[in-house]
Design a protein around this ligand. Structure first.
Ligand code: NAP
Length: 311
């Protein structure tokens, strides 16, 4: 069993920032990642609101820089998904991955969130065959075709705008008549001739035999049913926190986010939660990184207090 000072679960912006801090504090740090480093930004075309990049920066490139920085200070990235976490009677944590078991004195969970699913018939069946949760990854498959983007938030518009580089028309289908997205993205979307808006409408079914062919819609005001012929459906209706390893260990809010104090401490000494998986997060890259730094500083204080001599 490998012994660590700090185990960080999730290598998104929050986790990599925590690792930069704990690595610099010379703590034996491992960052566990089940998919790819960077989390949600790794599939973001341009990040425009992260300070220091006035021209914007590609999300994947930014994530790689964060990774290099964490590794430079000695953090080790372990590409294994954490399956469970337990606290032992000697104030340590045991971390089980599909591959191995690790022991750590403190744990920072920065597992982020995944895109929410519509839960309508046809969605699960047609994933990868026209249904997608990532415009940046899959937009190029829809050259010259019409697609739908579901949702009215920043993700829907940001990703929808990216997909207009390929698709001939991007139909934004939103359940209300007002967008939740920020003014800047709203203005850009309204000004783009390839973006089209269908208001007060929800998706009831996605049809297609081998590929998406059509979506069945319902107007939320009139109750009227309609259908739209399209080749792709991009779903951006919010996120579900990856908090399953915290269930039963710490208190979660109604949305499944972990309750923490201002120092990102949970009620369990030595267990910290930061970024999109904690309650009340601003869900921005810069705030996730800020959370990661806060959690790392709290973890350092905890280790110095609990093990003042180092052992
Ligand atoms: P979000 O802000 O929660 O928006 C989700 C959208 O989906 C809302 O418009 C919501 O409608 C709609 N929705 C929710 N459930 C639905 C359902 N079952 N059926 C149909 N529509 C449904 O999520 P997000 O857009 O993923 O953004 C998450 C966070 O990331 C936000 O804080 C956002 O600012 C940030 N973000 C920022 C950027 C950027 O700055 N460039 C880019 C991406 C994301 P209602 O409006 O009616 O609730």
């Amino acid at each position: 069993m490998q012994d660590l000072d700090i185990a960080i679960v999730g290598a998104g912006g929050a986790g990599l920032t925590s690792a930069i801090y704990t690595g610099r504090a010379r703590r034996r740090t491992a960052v566990f990642e089940r998919l790819m480093t960077g989390g949600q930004i790794a599939t973001t075309d341009i990040v425009e609101n992260y300070p220091g990049f006035p021209q914007g920066v590609n999300g994947f490139d930014l994530a790689q820089l964060m990774l290099q920085q964490a590794e430079k200070f000695g953090a080790q990235v372990v590409y294994e998904g954490v399956e469970s976490l337990e606290r032992t009677s000697d104030d340590r944590f045991v971390i089980h991955t599909a591959v191995e078991t690790y022991r750590a004195r403190a744990v920072i969970v920065t597992a982020g969130a995944d895109y929410a699913k519509l839960g309508v018939p046809g969605e699960a069946e047609l994933v990868g065959r026209g249904v997608s949760y990532c415009g940046t990854c899959d937009g190029a498959f829809f050259q010259g075709q019409e697609v739908a983007v579901i949702g009215g938030g920043d993700s829907a518009l940001d990703e929808g705008l990216f997909v207009t580089r390929f698709a001939s028309k991007v139909h934004v289908i939103h359940r209300r008549d007002q967008l939740r997205a920020s003014a800047l993205l709203r203005d850009r979307a309204f000004a783009n001739p390839r973006m089209d808006f269908t208001w007060n409408t929800v998706v009831e079914r996605i049809d297609g035999s081998s590929q998406v062919e059509r979506i069945q819609l319902r107007n939320t005001v009139t109750g009227e049913a309609s259908s739209m012929a399209i080749s792709g459906v991009f779903v951006f209706i919010g996120q579900v926190p990856n908090s399953h390893i915290l269930k039963g260990l710490v208190e979660l809010d109604g949305g499944g986010h972990a309750l923490v104090d201002q120092g990102m401490r949970t009620a369990i000494p030595g267990l910290f939660v930061a970024g999109d998986v904690r309650t009340g997060a601003a869900r921005q890259l810069v705030s996730a990184c800020g959370d990661g730094a806060t959690a790392a500083i709290s973890a350092e204080h905890y280790l110095a207090e609990r093990w003042p001599g180092g052992e």
